[in-house]
Structure formats: structure tokens, C-alpha cells
Design a protein around this ligand. Structure first.
Ligand SMILES: C[S@@+](CC[C@H](N)C(=O)[O-])C[C@H]1O[C@@H](n2cnc3c(N)ncnc32)[C@H](O)[C@@H]1O
Length: 286
């Protein structure tokens, strides 16, 4: 691909989705966008690229953005964050939200649903403790196609073999031919909707927990900072932010800080979860 053509896609993807694409990934553009060119009746990728120099249909732009998203995910991905959610966050919410009996979880890059469904299954396992509670789980993503897959909740043998405990497979899925359908009980716990992390977050409300895992890695530092700073306003002061294993707030923003002893989990700078750290440091200094 010519450098000038590459730049068209680089600028478009950065502006529309935050995705940073480097010249060494030009081959990805070719392999993922050739089917888009075919779908839109362009005889070649070059013709699609030429068309983009004019005023393209927003639906075509959307197809390009979607084609370039990486939707890699799995049930209970990396396991540890879900152990933390079950062993630390759930007991905390049970105690601290006892009066209002409600809380809200936002999965900000939900992909095909494995992450929000993993959370929902953990909550369902403790159903008796949360009887008559209102628990909102909202899964958002920039890709309409992947959201449609998440809403269906129909997974291949390969997908359910990655990270999903057998006992949960038996309990919450039904086999349909060579696929596995998640139960309606779990499905109805989650609301899926389109949301671009670059857009205003005001509509995302106040959340007790935000999962924003394995998406910031695709953005440059300034977009990461901007997203995290805006996300801090959508998290309650005593809420929890989960990032992916290769992501951090350190060196990017001071609006969040790592919660001591909970790897990959962050709290707002004014959070009570950070007091423990300050107290321990003060004692050490005394
Ligand atoms: C690698 S998946 C991560 C899925 C899940 N959070 C996990 O950790 O397994 C990244 C997801 O982020 C979505 N995404 C990429 N850019 C986005 C944006 N600007 N706004 C919202 N979602 C975005 C992609 O469509 C993709 O489904």
C-alpha cells in the first residue's frame, strides 16, 4: 500500500475510533479491508481508497472502523480480575450498597459478550445474597456486528473451552448443534448498546464498577488520558476500575491510582480504597 493511501486509513481510524495503526500493520489494512471493498462493490482496495478522498457514506466509514477492530476475548479472561471481582468487589458492594440494594457495572469494551457474561454468571452464583437487588450490567462496544453476536450469546465449542469452568457451562448453557447458547436468565441481566469511547460519556451514568479491559492498548497516550479522565467522572468515588493486564493509569493520569494489593484494579484519586495505602505509608514514616 502506498504511504499516502496508508495515511488516509491511519487518520480516519484515529479520528473515528482512537485506533493507532503503524506502517508495519499495513498488511492488516489490506487483508481486513479487501472484503469491505467487495461488499461496497469496489473492484479493488485502491478504488475504495480513492473514494475515501471524497465524501464517503458514513455507513462505509463505519464498516471500515468495524473491520479494523480486534475483538479477541474469552470467558474469565486472565481469571484473576474475576477472582477479585468475586472475592473483593462483590462482598464490598453487598455491604456498602445494602441500603439502596442496587449497583451498576459498565463493560466498556464488551466485544462478543464473554466478559459481561462472566460477571453475570458470578453474580448469578450468589443469587440468594442479591435477592431483590437491582443490578444493572451494561455492555458497550464500537462494533455493531460484535454487539449483535454478544446479544445472541451463541458460542462455538472452541469459545466455551477457553476459560469457562465446566460446571458453569453445564449450568448456564444449552447445546444447540455444535454451538452453545447462554441461558435467557443470564442474557437478560445485560443490556448491550453501541458506545464509542471517544464520545461524551454523560449518558453512561454513575457506575460502581467499570471494566475497560484490553482496549486502551490500541490508543495513543493522549486518547488514553482523555478516556480515563472522563471515565473517572462516570465512576462512583468508592467504585472500581478494571484494566487489562498490559494497561495501567500510571504515567497517564492522576485521576486514578492502583488499589494496593489488587493488581489491575484502580480507584479514583479521592477513593477510600486508597486510604489504606496512605495510612500504611504514614505509619512507616512515623
Ligand atoms: C480486544 S477486545 C477486548 C474485549 C474484552 N474487554 C476483553 O478484555 O476480553 C477490544 C474491544 O474494544 C472495542 N473497541 C475498539 N475501539 C473502541 C472504541 N473507540 N470505543 C468502544 N469500543 C471500542 C472493539 O470493538 C473490541 O470489541
Amino acid at each position: 500500500m502506498r504511504l499516502t493511501d496508508f495515511d488516509i486509513y491511519k487518520d480516519l481510524l484515529k479520528e473515528k475510533s482512537g485506533l493507532v495503526i503503524t506502517q508495519d500493520k499495513a498488511y492488516l489494512l489490506e487483508s481486513r479491508l479487501t472484503p469491505v471493498a467487495t461488499k461496497w462493490d469496489f473492484a479493488s482496495l485502491d478504488l475504495l481508497t480513492a473514494h475515501l478522498r471524497g465524501v464517503p457514506d458514513p455507513k462505509l466509514i463505519n464498516d471500515i472502523v468495524e473491520a479494523m477492530t480486534t475483538n479477541e476475548t474469552s470467558f474469565f479472561r486472565d481469571m484473576r480480575p474475576f477472582d477479585t471481582f468475586r472475592d473483593v468487589v462483590m462482598p464490598f458492594l453487598l455491604k456498602e450498597r445494602m441500603h439502596e440494594r442496587k449497583f451498576r457495572i459498565w463493560c466498556a469494551a464488551a466485544s462478543s459478550g464473554q466478559e459481561p457474561y462472566s460477571i453475570a454468571m458470578l453474580l448469578k452464583n450468589q443469587e440468594s445474597q442479591f435477592a431483590r437487588w437491582t443490578i444493572d450490567i451494561v455492555g458497550t462496544d464500537i462494533s455493531h456486528d460484535i454487539l449483535a453476536a454478544a446479544k445472541k450469546g451463541l458460542y462455538s465449542q472452541f469459545e466455551v473451552q477457553r476459560g469457562l469452568p465446566v460446571q458453569m457451562l453445564v449450568q448456564y448453557f444449552k447445546q444447540e448443534g455444535d454451538r452453545w447458547q447462554i441461558s435467557d436468565d443470564i442474557k437478560k441481566m445485560i443490556e448491550y448498546k453501541y458506545f464509542n469511547l471517544l464520545d461524551s460519556m454523560a449518558s453512561m451514568g454513575q457506575n460502581d464498577v467499570i471494566f475497560c479491559r484490553n482496549v486502551l492498548i490500541y490508543f495513543d497516550e493522549s486518547d488514553k488520558r482523555d478516556i480515563l479522565n472522563r471515565m473517572a467522572k462516570q465512576l462512583k468515588p468508592d467504585g472500581f476500575l478494571f484494566l487489562g493486564g498490559a494497561e495501567t493509569v500510571i504515567g497517564i493520569t492522576d485521576e486514578f491510582a492502583p488499589i494496593p494489593d489488587l493488581r489491575g484494579v484502580y480507584a479514583r484519586k479521592d477513593s477510600p480504597h486508597l486510604e489504606k495505602k496512605a495510612n500504611t505509608q504514614n505509619q512507616a514514616l512515623a
